[in-house]
Design a protein around this ligand. Structure first.
Ligand SMILES: [Zn+2]
Length: 122
């Protein structure tokens, strides 16, 4: 089933990393939205719910913490981990790649938070 993804060439692997690296600042911005939503009582947004979840896990999300993690996000080939889980929760959750087909580009998906990232284009 998975023969091709185990033979991903280096250029493709680097492209994936580049695509994921671009997501870290986006996840940081999203975390800030969540923090602000939560602070102003809008607790039903997706981002605010993640803030609540992080708090329940005993790791309250602050803007500073999210920014530090976004800067420290460093996926490596074969160890690609979820930018959102990292920025919001400080967890290294492995991503699963779903190969491109005629309808959509390759996607890296996180089983824990449900984030999906396109990793094959530009
Ligand atoms: Zn995740």
């Amino acid at each position: 089933m998975n023969t091709r993804s185990t033979l991903v060439d280096r250029a493709h692997a680097d492209k994936r990393l580049a695509a994921l690296l671009k997501q870290a600042p986006i996840e940081f911005a999203r975390a800030v939205y969540g923090i602000n939503d939560y602070a102003s009582g809008r607790t039903d947004t997706m981002a605010a719910r993640e803030v609540v979840r992080a708090q329940r896990q005993g790791m309250p999300l602050t803007e500073e913490r999210a920014e530090q993690r976004a800067r420290a996000y460093l996926p490596t080939v074969g160890q690609e981990h979820c930018p959102r889980c990292w920025v919001v929760y400080g967890h290294k959750t492995p991503l699963r790649f779903r190969e491109a087909d005629e309808e959509r580009p390759e996607v890296a998906a996180c089983q824990i938070c449900g984030a999906e990232y396109a990793t094959s284009s530009d």
